[in-house]
Ligand binder design. Structure first.
Ligand SMILES: Nc1nc2c(c(=O)[nH]1)N[C@H]1C(S)=C(S)[C@@H](COP(=O)(O)O)O[C@H]1N2
Ligand SMILES: [Mo]
Length: 319
């Protein structure tokens, strides 16, 4: 694997300590979001975002955790979406101009029936479900999120993967006019992630269209993103436009930029530290300034459902 970028990327968590961004955000809130000189290009691009239309679905209790939900406000203002900036509130402030309709996902590669799916078709492809998932970021914070969507397997079955189908790659959108982050060289764009075929077909692996009973806000990956709850958050690609079913392991954006820090599997594992920090604990984001620290669980607490996928695999080698 070519080392295209010898210096490790500096994550915003390393640049901006938690109390600092929290107070920035409180300032923003107090100012009615009239940001001045913050973020990539300052106040001119900042805008508060109108609510998205409702999206209904039945709760899937079997695939949900029963923990207190992270408040909607935190889920929609503390985001990683580097296309819009590196600070946690940048996606909220600057993703408004992203165009989310019309929208299509092209599914191609090792499939008998390649197809371009329009958003309307995608929304009706399988019954919408609400599922409460944990999300654990590699930066050691976490949330509990009520997503709306259905298993990715429903879509993959429609295109009939061939016998050569070993991996599924997700390619996300690039809108240079709306995404100032594309000018940054922190990653090579577009943002790409991938899963092994059996991971992609696992019922927990979810195509997500909504959050808290509404269609996804732009900053959370509108109009469609992935949620893979037993893996670090960076596997859950946002604003997906292409799904490629392939035979060979695709290069993902994070593996490309820092292969020692971001492995292909990225399974949440408290016993395998990131080279620059421990993964034993996480801060549960929500409400108070003093986000409680809780122990990180193997596979983010989903071991009963997914550990069998990795039987016999050395999780230290395969991080
Ligand atoms: N296209 C795209 N998808 C992305 C990212 C990104 O920068 N760009 N960040 C990832 C990371 S690091 C995390 S933790 C989750 C965050 O999802 P959330 O903001 O909805 O909580 O999105 C993931 N998907
Ligand atoms: Mo993340």
């Amino acid at each position: 694997m070519a080392n295209l970028n010898p210096s490790p990327p500096i994550l915003p968590s390393a640049i901006t300590p938690e109390p600092v961004w929290r107070s920035r955000r409180q300032l923003l809130a107090a100012a009615g979001l009239a940001a001045t000189g913050l973020g990539w290009s300052g106040a001119s691009r900042a805008q508060s975002q109108p609510d998205k239309p409702a999206l209904a679905g039945k709760r899937n209790a079997a695939l949900s955790v029963s923990e207190d939900l992270t408040p909607e406000r935190d889920i929609t203002t503390y985001n990683n979406f580097y296309e819009f900036g590196l600070d946690k509130e940048d996606p909220f402030l600057f993703s408004g101009p992203m165009k989310t309709e019309p929208w299509t996902i092209e599914v191609e590669g090792e499939v008998a029936r390649p197809k371009v799916f329009g958003l309307d078709e995608l929304l009706k492809l399988a019954p919408m479900e609400e599922r409460i998932y944990r999300l654990r970021c590699v930066e050691a914070w976490s949330m509990v999120i009520p997503w709306m969507g259905y298993s990715l397997s429903a879509l993959l079955r429609k295109v009939e993967p061939t016998g050569n189908a070993k991996y599924v790659e997700f390619v996300t959108d690039m809108q240079p006019e709306a995404m100032p982050g594309l000018r940054s060289r922190i990653l090579r764009w577009p943002y790409r992630e991938s899963l092994r075929m059996d991971e992609a077909m696992h019922p927990l692996t979810m195509l997500v269209y909504g959050l808290y009973g509404k269609q996804l806000p732009n900053q959370n990956g509108a109009p469609v993103r992935l949620a893979v709850p037993w893996k670090y958050g960076f596997k859950s690609a946002k604003s997906i436009v292409r799904i490629r079913v392939v035979e060979h392991l695709p290069m993902s954006s994070w593996m490309e930029v820092a292969p020692h820090e971001y492995g292909f599997y990225a399974n949440v594992n408290p016993d395998v530290p990131h080279p620059r920090w421990s993964q034993a604990m996480e801060r549960r984001i929500g409400g108070s300034v003093f986000a409680p620290r809780v122990r990180t669980q193997l596979f983010n607490g989903y071991a009963d459902q997914v550990a069998s996928l990795y039987a016999g695999l050395d999780l230290r080698q395969n991080y």
